[in-house]
Design a binder for this molecule. Sequence first.
Ligand code: NI
Length: 190
Amino acid sequence: MSTLPIYLYGNEVLKKKAKHVTEVTDREITLIRDMFETMAESSGIGLAANQVGELKQILVLDISDMEAGKGTKPLAMINPEIIDEEGEWEMEEGCLSIPDVREKVKRPERIQVRFNDVNMNEVEMEADGMLARVIQHEMDHLNGVLFLDHLSSTKRTLLRSRLKKIMKGDVETTYDVVVAAEPKSKPKKR
Ligand code: NI
């Protein structure tokens, strides 16, 4: 197993839709193992393949260290889809790809999710609270969506300078990261 660097905000891979996984080969198994290790190393509770630069519909999560997640087993989900949702709940979220930014996001409180496990068996599961929250956050990643995209434009404007810093890699993390390519400098004003 090895840890993988996490792609920071600004990288195109975070805006892309991950591809459906049709078959789990050694490559996918290795990826899932590495994602679990990367998540643990960075003290994350969820990680989507996009965040390690792979456009595959795979996410991992582990909320067992959290008060709200005690007794919840770590999970790997392949090709997850939400088939039902209920309620609404606002909660502060963060993201390993957007260090030191935390904002409240409204999401359904309970979901019914269908996915493939690592043996490609179809599984249906009900989730609520923290577990439902993490699944939805990571599923967003697989669709090229960040929690920032749920915020009002006012809120996003307020975060602009912070996000610019992250794009330039001007941020401290305890884990390895991939910084977005620095944007070309603007032509000088005449
Ligand atoms: Ni995230």
